[in-house]
Design a protein around this ligand. Sequence first.
Ligand SMILES: Cc1cc2nc3c(=O)[nH]c(=O)nc-3n(C[C@H](O)[C@H](O)[C@H](O)COP(=O)(O)OP(=O)(O)OC[C@H]3O[C@@H](n4cnc5c(N)ncnc54)[C@H](O)[C@@H]3O)c2cc1C
Length: 383
Amino acid sequence: MQLALSAEDQKFREEMRTFFTTEVSEDIRRAVIEGRELTKEQIVESQQTLNKAGLAVPHWPTEWGGQDWSDLQRHIWNEEMQRAGVPTPLAFNASMIGPVIAQFGSQEIKERFLPKTANLDIWWSQGFSEPDAGSDLASLRTTAVKDGDDWIVNGQKTWTTLGQHGDWIFTLVRTDPDVKKQAGISMLLIDMTSPGLTVRPIELIDGGHEVNEVWFEDVRVPADNLVGELNSGWTIAKFLLGNERVGVAPVGTTKRILARAKSLAGERASEPLLAARIAELENDLLALELTALRVVAHSSDGEPHPASSVLKLRGTELQQAVSELMVDLAGPASIASGAGADSALEEWTHHTTPTYLNLRKASIYGGSNEIQRQIIARTILGL
Ligand SMILES: Cc1cc2nc3c(=O)[nH]c(=O)nc-3n(C[C@H](O)[C@H](O)[C@H](O)COP(=O)(O)OP(=O)(O)OC[C@H]3O[C@@H](n4cnc5c(N)ncnc54)[C@H](O)[C@@H]3O)c2cc1C
């Protein structure tokens, strides 16, 4: 899309582009662009490079490392970062618990956690979902019972993304079983090295280890680790999930992958059926980008912007459609995901099927797409 940017915003775009393409390690950016998995060290290195330049958490309050930018500048930052293949700052830190602590945390919790969260000195995990509490999150059963100055936590979380790297986990726990289910939930910050906390891997359809179960057996948590008021966890969770939905619609990344697909297709890109398919995806992405510009990226009054659901729904549908295009372009080579470095097949083809399979997750996490349709029906269409 060619936005008619003001001279000032155009200069901002150039600055971002120069920074991302010269200051972030080329090895890391190449791995992202070629669809290879990053190590924990690479993710940390990239975020620390951004943070040093004040570019890791621009949407946070300025006193905690945020930038006084317009929504358009934030959009440009995000788009240029994804375009350059720079890993976006770890969502659990930058988009989820950081804004929550800044909004709801005590001064002591802010000082203790926010600088380390921005710099990825602490790797956060998200402990919301449970085996019987995903879409119906308010039914969660992990309990926290007061014992002197501590909480004693028991229960199980599941689908904990990259929990194997986690230092701390922000967790929704039931602190009052005797009230309406939404009213008895609190948020606790839990050190993942605490005795009684166990992380177990779940193997995914693409063979990767990306998600985990987290078990709590009499885990002792200091009372100070409560975020916000006791039993206000549902309000905090809604604030966090609104931000998460915006974050899981990676418009810039999908545009970059579509442009790569076009270039990998070479002369085939002008065949009528393929040309039409690519053009339709480009148009849909343009429409999505305009929607993204309309959405206030991070809600500030505790309520998610209703359009964040449109962004999540459409963004993940297009992400999946582009991954399907890549499989079709690779053709029979797409099933050779186990091919080694000595294979005669082009390297990019090896990643297409695992990526396609992996991205099935996108319409499930962050609130499934069926749930987003319900939110859209209720809050936007008034049905
Ligand atoms: C790869 C991956 C990573 C994840 N990472 C994390 C994480 O780090 N931390 C975390 O806390 N959670 C995480 N999740 C969990 C995710 O938030 C849940 O999977 C999601 O909320 C759906 O819940 P569920 O899996 O229990 O499915 P269910 O809620 O059981 O839903 C099953 C199906 O029924 C549909 N459905 C459910 N209710 C309704 C309804 N009312 N109307 C219409 N359809 C409905 C759903 O759309 C879905 O298709 C992750 C999930 C995945 C797949």
